[in-house]
Design a protein. Structure first.
Lengths: 172, 648
C-alpha cells in the first residue's frame, strides 16, 4: 500500500476538501477490503469505510507522520470496525458469500473456515501482512503491538491455517 | 537452531522481512536437512495464493458518500452551541468519556511510541537549571516592582473574536500587592467588561470584579478579608506575574527554546504546558473563582511560551499556543472553539513597561467596604506568644535564609502559633502545637504524604504544592508537632526544615494503622509490603513527568493481604492528583458497580474502565489490579497500566 503524495496530505490537513477527496479515492479500496475482512459483511464494510474516512478527516491534523499514513488509516478503520461489530453485536467470524466472486465457492468457504480457526489476534496480523502486503513494522503500527509479536503471530497463524486447510499434507 | 525457531524465521522470510546474515546462514543450514520446513514453506505459499486470490471482492465506489458525510461534519456543521458562560473553575476540563473512548484508538498509537509525557529534546538541562536557580535567587532579593502589560485574547466567543485588555501590577515586599485589569473591548451586545482589582496589604485583602452569572451582564462583586493569615493561599498574592517562582523553579519541567530580544532587553524563551503555567494567569479566577469576569478556555496541554528578561528573570511576554492532538480537537469542539492553528498564539500578555521603583504607599490602600470576612490571624509580638498559647514556640531568627516577619496567633485550629518568614517574594510559614491529638500528621498534610529524610537524621512528611497550598512539610517531634508551608523549591524547603532545632520522628502507630470497617490499613515501607504479600510487586515504568512513589499501604480485609501504592507529583500538583494502584490476589474482576463501565485492553489482559472513577481494573497472573487517578484520561491510564509487569 503506497503512501499519498505529501503535498496532497498537507493540503488535506489544512482542510482542503478536494485534496481529501483524492485521499478517499486512493485509499477507499484498501480501507473497504480491510473493513470487509474484519466484518465479513458488505453493508458493514461500507459503513466502516465511511466512518473511518470521517474520523480520519476530523483527526487528520493529529497525524504526525510517525507511522505511514496507510497504517494510521488502517488503525482508524480497525477501530471503526470494532465499534461497528460491538454496536451491532455481529459475530466477526460469520461467513457471507460474496456475490459475483470468481472463486470456487467451496475453496472460499474453506479459507474462511481456516481464518475462523485462528484467533482474532492471529487473524489480524495475517490479513494485514498476507492480504494487504504490509511490512511487519507497518502491521505493528496498525495493531499497536511490537514487531516481534507480529513475527511470532504470523508464524502461528500460518501453522494453524495450514493445519486447518491440510495444505501441508498436500504439499508433501 | 531448533525447528520451531527455523520455522519462525522462514515465516518472516516469506513475508520479505530482512534476516541478519547469521540468521540467514543458520536457516539455510537447517532447511537443507529439514523436510518439514520445506513443506511448511510450500504450504505457506499455497496459503498466500488462496488468501490473495480469494480476498479480492468487488470494491464499491464510496467517494460520494464519504465526501457528503465529511462536508456535513466540517467544523461549521459540527460547531456546538457555546454555553452563555464558561465554567470558570474548570481550567483543566476533562474530555467527555465517550469522546475519550472514541479517541483511544487514535491516541494509543502515540502512547505506544513513547507516552504522552515524552520530554522535549530541545533546550539544555544546564540552561533550564540556571533559569530555575536564577528565579529562586532573584525572588529572595526583590524588594519592589511595578509593570504594565497588554493582554490580547482570541476566540472568547464567535461574537467576540478578539479582546484587548491592560493589566497593571505593583509589588512591595513582603506582602503588599496590587493587580488591576481594565477591559478595552467593544462588545457587540451589552456586556459587563472584565475589569478586575486585587489589593493585598499584609493582613488585609481586597478583590473586585464581575461575579460569574448566566448572562452577559453580571453584577460587580467585592470580597474583603481582615486578619488575613500570612501568605494565605486562599487569599493569595499572584506574585508569579512578578517572578514566575512557582511556575518555573522546577528545572526538570521547563524547556528552553532559545534567546532573543524583547522590549529591547536580552531575553530567554522557555515553554511549559498551560496546566503548569496557571500562576501566570491569576486574573482568570480570583477569590476561588467567585470573581474573574469572562475568559476563553484553555486546554491543560496548551503550550505557554514565556520570554524572561535574562538579567533579572522578569517575565516580559507570555503567550498560549494551542496543543495539537485528537484530545485537544475534541475538547475544542465541546467549547465551540473554531479551528486554532498550533503556530498562532490565542492569548498573549506583553509587558509595556517594567521597573523596580517602589510603588507609592497609596497604591495599596484598600477601598472602604461595608462587610469583611475575618480570617482570625491576630498579629502579636513574639514575646507575647508564650503568654497566649502556653509554650515557647520554635522560632529561630531566620528559616531557610528568610527573616522572621510576622507572628500571629490564629483563632481557628490550624495551629496554636504561626510565624511567617519572608524575603522578597519567598516565604515560609511555620506553625506549631504542643497538644496534637489527631491521627494524621499536623497541618495541611495527609496520611499518604511522602516520607522524606532530613539532613541531620530526622524525617518529615511532604506534600507538593496545589492550588490551595504551597509545598508543605509536617514534622512530628518529641513533645511538639510543626508544619512548614512555603513557595521555596522542594530542596530549599527540606534544607530549611533540617535546620530547625527539632528531630523529626517517624509516624506513630496510631497514625500508621487505621481500621476502616472490617479492613485494616497499615502504612508501611515498600520493602515491608513486598515481603507481606504473596505476589511480586512491580511498579509502573510509565508515569507522568515528575511523579514518584509517595507511600504504600498494606490492606487486610480478612482474606489475605492486598497493597495500595500512591504515586504523586513530588514537586507541584498540576491537577492530576494522586495516582493510586491497588493490588490483591484474585482470579476474576469483582462484579460491575457502574453502568458506565466499558471493556478495555491492558496489554494482553482484558480489563474494565470506569470513567466516573477514572479507574482501570484488570487481572494479571492471579493479581487484581485497580489503577485510578482523578486527573487522567483513559489513554494515559492504559499507558501506565500497561507498563506494570509487562516485559517492555
Amino acid at each position: 500500500v503506497n503512501d499519498p503524495d505529501p503535498r496532497t496530505l498537507v493540503r488535506a490537513r489544512e482542510g482542503d476538501l478536494g485534496a481529501f477527496e483524492d485521499l478517499v479515492r486512493q485509499f477507499q479500496g484498501d480501507v473497504w477490503r480491510f473493513a470487509y475482512h474484519f466484518t465479513r459483511d458488505r453493508a458493514l464494510a461500507d459503513d466502516v469505510t465511511q466512518e473511518a474516512f470521517l474520523r480520519a478527516f476530523r483527526f487528520l491534523r493529529t497525524f504526525r507522520g510517525d507511522s505511514k499514513f496507510s497504517s494510521w488509516l488502517f488503525r482508524i478503520a480497525r477501530n471503526c470496525a470494532m465499534d461497528q461489530i460491538r454496536a451491532r453485536n455481529v459475530y466477526a467470524g460469520r461467513v457471507t458469500p460474496i456475490a459475483g466472486s470468481p472463486v470456487d465457492p467451496q475453496a472460499r468457504v474453506e479459507l474462511h473456515a481456516a481464518l475462523d480457526a485462528v484467533s482474532a489476534e492471529h487473524r489480524e496480523p495475517f490479513l494485514l501482512v498476507e492480504v494487504f502486503g504490509l511490512s511487519y513494522q507497518e502491521a505493528a503500527d496498525v495493531l499497536g503491538i511490537r514487531v516481534g509479536t507480529i513475527k511470532s503471530r504470523m508464524h502461528r497463524a500460518r501453522r494453524a491455517m495450514m493445519d486447518a486447510l491440510a495444505l501441508e499434507e498436500e504439499a508433501r | 537452531m531448533n525447528h520451531e525457531q527455523a520455522e519462525r524465521l522462514l515465516s518472516a522470510r516469506i513475508d520479505g522481512e530482512r534476516l541478519s546474515s547469521r540468521q540467514a546462514v543458520a536457516l539455510e543450514h537447517h532447511l537443507a536437512s529439514c523436510a518439514e520446513c520445506r513443506a511448511f514453506e510450500r504450504g505457506a505459499y499455497r496459503l498466500r495464493e488462496a488468501a490473495r486470490f480469494e480476498v479480492a471482492p468487488a470494491v464499491p465506489d464510496l467517494v460520494d458518500e464519504v465526501m457528503a458525510s465529511v462536508r456535513e461534519a466540517t467544523p461549521a456543521g459540527l460547531r456546538v452551541v457555546r454555553p452563555a458562560r464558561l465554567p470558570r473553575r474548570r481550567l483543566v476540563p476533562r474530555v467527555a468519556p465517550i469522546a475519550a473512548a472514541l479517541l483511544v484508538g487514535v491516541l494509543i498509537g502515540s502512547l505506544v511510541v513513547g507516552g504522552p509525557w515524552q520530554r522535549s529534546e530541545t533546550g539544555s538541562a544546564l540552561a533550564a537549571a540556571q533559569i530555575a536557580d536564577g528565579i529562586s535567587a532573584a525572588a529572595a532579593r526583590l524588594d519592589a516592582y511595578q509593570a504594565t502589560f497588554l493582554i490580547d485574547e482570541s476566540n472568547l466567543s464567535p461574537d467576540v473574536p478578539e479582546r484587548h485588555l491592560t493589566m497593571r501590577v505593583w509589588f512591595h515586599a513582603p506582602e503588599r500587592f496590587r493587580l488591576d485589569v481594565v477591559d478595552h473591548t467593544d462588545y457587540p451586545t451589552r456586556t459587563t467588561p472584565t475589569d478586575l482589582r486585587l489589593v493585598v496589604d499584609g493582613s488585609r485583602w481586597y478583590a473586585s470584579g464581575p461575579a460569574p452569572c448566566p448572562t452577559a451582564e453580571c453584577p460587580q462583586r467585592e470580597s474583603v478579608v481582615r486578619n488575613r493569615l500570612p501568605f494565605s493561599t486562599t487569599t493569595s498574592m499572584p506574585t508569579d506575574l512578578v517572578l514566575p517562582i512557582s511556575t518555573l523553579t522546577d528545572a526538570d519541567r521547563l524547556t528552553v527554546l532559545g534567546r532573543g530580544t524583547v522590549l529591547g532587553r536580552p531575553a530567554v524563551e522557555v515553554e511549559v504546558p498551560f496546566e503548569r503555567a496557571r500562576p501566570l494567569f491569576p486574573f482568570l479566577s480570583i477569590a476561588g473563582g467567585s470573581i474573574g469576569g469572562d475568559w476563553r478556555p484553555f486546554f491543560p496541554n496548551d503550550r505557554v511560551r514565556i520570554w524572561l528578561d535574562e538579567r533579572n528573570w522578569f517575565p516580559l511576554k507570555w503567550a498560549v499556543y494551542p496543543a495539537t492532538g485528537a484530545e485537544r480537537d475534541a475538547w475544542a469542539l465541546r467549547f465551540g472553539l473554531p479551528d486554532e492553528p498550533s503556530l498562532r498564539p490565542v492569548f498573549t500578555v506583553t509587558a509595556l513597561e517594567v521597573s523596580t521603583r517602589t510603588p507609592a504607599a497609596g497604591v495599596f490602600r484598600i477601598p472602604a467596604s461595608a462587610s469583611s470576612q475575618d480570617q482570625g490571624a491576630r498579629n502579636v509580638a513574639l514575646s507575647d506568644v508564650s503568654g497566649d498559647v502556653g509554650f515557647e514556640p520554635v522560632a529561630p531568627n531566620a528559616v531557610g535564609g528568610l527573616d522572621r516577619y510576622r507572628v500571629v496567633v490564629p483563632t481557628d485550629d490550624t495551629a496554636r502559633s504561626l510565624i511567617a518568614y519572608a524575603d522578597g517574594l519567598a516565604f515560609v510559614n511555620l506553625g506549631e502545637t504542643r497538644t496534637w491529638a489527631g491521627t494524621a500528621p499536623f497541618g495541611p498534610v495527609g496520611l499518604q504524604a511522602e516520607e522524606v529524610p532530613l539532613a541531620g537524621g530526622g524525617v518529615a512528611y511532604y506534600e507538593p504544592s496545589t492550588d490551595e497550598h504551597g509545598r508543605r512539610l509536617s514534622i512530628h517531634a518529641a513533645g511538639t508537632d510543626l508544619y512548614l508551608e512555603s513557595n521555596l523549591p522542594r530542596p530549599a524547603l527540606l534544607a530549611a526544615a533540617a535546620d530547625l532545632p527539632v528531630q523529626g520522628l517517624p509516624m506513630p502507630d496510631a497514625w500508621r494503622v487505621h481500621q476502616i470497617g472490617g479492613t485494616t490499613v497499615e502504612r508501611v515501607s515498600l520493602e515491608t509490603a513486598r515481603s507481606a504479600v504473596p505476589f511480586p510487586v512491580e511498579l509502573p515504568r510509565t508515569l507522568p513527568d515528575g511523579f514518584g512513589l509517595a507511600s504504600v499501604e498494606l490492606v487486610d480485609a480478612g482474606h489475605g493481604n492486598g497493597l495500595t501504592l500512591y504515586f504523586r507529583d513530588l514537586d507541584a500538583d498540576a491537577g492530576i492528583g494522586t495516582i493510586r494502584l491497588h493490588l490483591e490476589p484474585a482470579q476474576a474482576l469483582p462484579p460491575a458497580t457502574s453502568a458506565m463501565q466499558s471493556a478495555v485492553n491492558v496489554g494482553d489482559a482484558h480489563g474494565r474502565y470506569t470513567p466516573d472513577r477514572s479507574e482501570v481494573e484488570w487481572i494479571r497472573s492471579g493479581v487484581y489490579h485497580s489503577l485510578d487517578a482523578p486527573g487522567l484520561e483513559l489513554p494515559e491510564l492504559v499507558a501506565i497500566a500497561a507498563s506494570i509487569g509487562s516485559d517492555g
